[in-house]
Every structure is written in structure tokens, then in C-alpha cells.
Design a binder for this molecule. Sequence first.
Ligand code: FJE
Ligand code: FE
Length: 293
Amino acid sequence: MTVTPTSRSITKAILSKEQAEGAGARVRRSIGRPELRNHDPFLMLDEFNVDKNGGFPDHPHRGFETVTYMLEGQFQHEDFAGHKGTIGPGDLQWMTAGRGIVHSEMPVKSQTRAHGLQLWINLPREHKMCEPQYQELLDGQIPRANPAEGVVVKVIAGESHGVKSQVYTRTPTMYLDFKVAKNKTVIQTIPKTFTGFIYMLKGTAFIGDKEFEGKAHHTLTFSEDGAETVKITTKDEDAHFVFIAGEPLKEPIVQHGPFVMNTTEDIYRTFIDYQSNQNGFERAKNWRSTIAG
Ligand code: FJE
Ligand code: FE
């Protein structure tokens, strides 16, 4: 008989230092860095900081989803189908790239800094070539749970303390933004089979029965022991972190930059599709965004 512990524990704590990415942008890479590769179903998590001279000009995606969650400043987006918009603090863009998106992601020029998180979630084989879809929510449209005084959970995807997100997840995913005042304990449930992690934005939190200490800009990965809760405690500091978990796809991953497929053959086909503007990349022909300057 093996005993299932009550709370998941922390198996790794990795600090993300800033590195250059895109065009003059700075990111702290969490998932996707060498020590945190293939955290199935997650491909990448970047905490980005972009000033008015930087950004992520015209680039493609296929085979996964990008989830952009703004913390500070304003960010603009424009794609090859004419889909365009601006997201500000607390707003969310859940983009299913599916068979193909070409777009540009840039800060609003008058702003000094755009700061946020971008998560890449892999898609299961049967959804990789789906029609692209956007699910966009303003801060005020994202439901909150308030499990105790001083504890606010924004439910971006999945469920927390009886509050459910309406975001459709093709890969079962939980994405929760926790703000926890000092000297609190909160218990978050998590399905047995989900992998997951916490990425600390501010302050200090103590995770699991052994109270593993997590500090800002660290990724804390959960044990995969079937425990159905994560116990989180704060002490003499308030904490802000995201809690991200999902059902592993357990499929082969062949990634070439912004293209993520199951086989090398599908990656070769993707290069051809992108170069010859077909199978989802039709509108890439002669397209240039108006926001990348
Ligand atoms: C990309 C390099 C990149 N992190 N965080 C190579 F920078 C990107 C890319 C991003 C990105 C965009 C935003 Cl808005 C936030 C990011 C990397 O766009 F897709 C590849 N392939
Ligand atoms: Fe992108």
C-alpha cells in the first residue's frame, strides 16, 4: 500500500533571471528554461518586460495556445486576419493558434513599460490543426473567489473554491492568480492526474505540509503523487503568485521555435505551409502588421 499525501509538495524551485528575447524585450523564463523543459502540457511561461522600444514583431504560431495575462501597462496585438486589440492590467488574451496565426505583439508606444505573463499550452493531436480562436476577457470579466479574508483568487481557467471560469480549455488547464495577505493559509484543490507549478510574482509563500519557502521569480513544481490539494501559507509578507496546472498530454513533442507538432514530418509540412502560404497560412502572404513599426 502506498499512502497518498494530503498536499502536493515542491520538487524543484528554480529562479528565473532576466534574458533578452524578441526584439529588445526582456523575459524571465520559467517553464521552457533548461531546468524546466517539457512540463507537459506546458511548453513555456515567460514573465515579460517590454519598454516602448521593444516587443514581439510579426511571427507565426502553430500547434498550441498562447495565453497572455497583463500585470502592468498596455499591450497591443494584431494578426494577419485583421484581429486587433489592446489589453491592459489584469486583462487576458487566450489565443488558440491551432493551424496557424501570424501576429505582432507590441507595447502601446506612449507607455513606458508593459509587464505580464505569457504561457504556452500544448494542444492535443486532434486540436493542433483546429481553426484559430481568441477568448478575450477584461479584468472585470474574470471571476474571483474569496475563500478567506485577505485571499483573492482570480479564476482565469478552471475552478477555485466553487468559482468557475468560462474559458474553454482544449487541454484541461487551471490558471489561478492568487493574492494572499500575510499570515494566511489557503488550500487549493487540484485533480490527481494534473501536473502543476506555482510561479511567484511578489513576496513569499510556503507550500505543502513541509512549508517549502518560495520567493519572487521562482518556479515551484508540484510533486506528482496524486495528492488532491496544495496547501499554501503566508507568514510576515503578502504574496502574489500564479498557480498553473494541467492534464499531461503524453504525446511526442517536436518543437521548432513557434511551431509545435507531434512528428518531424508534421514540422517539415509546417515549414512548407508557412513558406507557401497554405493550410492555415493563406493570409500570411504579403502581410505586415501596422503596429510593429
Ligand atoms: C517566439 C522568440 C520569441 N516570449 N512573451 C521566439 F520571443 C517569441 C515570442 C515570445 C513572447 C511574446 C510575448 Cl507577447 C510574451 C514571449 C516569447 O513571441 F514566439 C519565438 N518563437
Ligand atoms: Fe506570439
